[in-house]
Design a protein. Sequence first.
Length: 282
Amino acid sequence: MYISASDVPDAQATNKIKIYDPSDFEGMRVAGRAAAEVLDLLIPHVKPGVTTGFLDDMAREYILDHGWIPACIGYRGYQHTLCTSINHVVCHGIPSNKVLKNGDIVNIDVTVIVDGWYGDTSRMYGVGEVPRKSMRLMDITWEALQLGLKAAAQPGAHMGDIGHAIQTYVEAQHCSVVRDFCGHGLGRVFHDAPNVLHYGKPGEGPQIKPGMFFTIEPMVNLGKWQTTILPDGWTAVTKDRSLSAQFEHSIGVTETGIEIFTLSPQGIYTPHNPELKPYLGG
């Protein structure tokens, strides 16, 4: 089930969980910070009247100007730097000439490659004056991520502990956890083992061991959890057209807990509600 990352050629995915060396953490720190910088950059520009295509252009130029690589361009035919998922779009929304409107909520997801390492993260942004129910959904989703991170940091934890922590909290808030998409391993590969489910039972699944790199990225719906894919082959929406929200971090497991690679360099972890306090790992 586990394999030393040094025994696998770079950029090769496997069905085994890679265990990275302590020296590999620095590469992930740099890549994670780069991705988080992009999301920080966009904060003042997510406002009514701006198109998601404009945000995508800004992110791409920033990444290329720094000598980094936008991981999504060319990935399985995708042609954009960001995924911009608005309102009832769960994930993989495609940037376009669509104009953001007052009251919208949008998840912006970016992955940056720096020296072969992948930094993957997303945040929710409110556009203008956001309705209370939308703010509540984003707050719940943020807290769900924090609970998932804390579960991952516990000694002897299993993947099911992450999903259980997220699911029990979200469902207690009368929302639902999307089951069609999950977190994933990463490192020198964009998507790798293990799959990180955001629902589950405690003690189930692979044990979380030092040296593992993976994302936690719960998607939470105000309505039912089911999703459907639009004809473009990418955009996932809630089947009942209820609002959806997501937050994502890339993390590494240490001997004493976890390290979060994609924390905001500016300390603006939740653009929609800066008063929310983050779990910083440990």
